[in-house]
Design a protein around this ligand. Structure first.
Ligand code: HEM
Length: 154
């Protein structure tokens, strides 16, 4: 019989993380909960920003492949967490339009994750041109996402 420690080592923790336990994710929920803390979304966005900054440097040299892959996985984890949160701007949206707004936000994050998976695949394939194209796609989604889902500064 496996001890608790062995069970955890063998996969209970990764499984829990995949299910979103302890990360604020709610498996099976169609919409994020009302009690989302916008500052959590900002914190995850800061992780994404850090990863992108470091990737810009590490991607210059294919010898940094392992480091680049780590950064991509960090960014994916942060993006996954963002999917269960809602933008502060949601409060400004008329109630009847909120479900569509949340769906659009989540759909954009699915595109964002898709671009990150493309980046991961290109790195694993050792394909430099595809790596550059995928990284440009990842970065391009920042402006798209912010234009649609963040409040105006003024
Ligand atoms: C390379 C891609 C991206 C980067 C580097 C990035 C970075 C950031 C940063 C630094 C912030 C500000 C956090 C703060 O206020 O301190 C932020 C906020 C935000 N970002 Fe992004 N972001 C990216 C992509 C996206 C995408 C794809 C979406 C939407 C699908 C998105 C939605 C938001 C929202 C809604 C906020 C405001 C936070 C809130 O409402 O509470 N971002 N992002």
């Amino acid at each position: 019989m496996l001890s608790l420690n062995a069970t955890l080592r063998c996969g209970a923790v990764p499984l829990a993380l995949c299910l979103g336990l302890g990360t604020g994710l709610r498996p099976g929920s169609s919409l994020p909960a009302d009690d989302d803390d916008p500052s959590e979304l900002e914190a995850q966005m800061e992780h994404i920003e850090d990863a992108v900054k470091h990737l810009r440097r590490s991607l210059r040299d294919p010898a940094n492949r392992e480091r680049s892959l780590e950064l991509v996985v960090d960014m994916q984890a942060a993006t996954f967490a963002c999917k269960a949160l809602t933008p502060a701007m949601l409060e400004d949206v008329p109630e009847s339009a909120r479900p569509a707004f949340v769906t659009d936000y989540r759909r954009t994050l699915v595109d964002f994750l898709d671009a990150q998976l493309e980046l991961e695949a290109a790195l694993l394939d050792g394909d430099e041109a595809a790596t550059k194209a995928a990284f440009d796609r990842v970065r391009g989604l920042e402006d798209t996402g912010h234009a649609r889902f963040t409040r105006d500064e003024d």
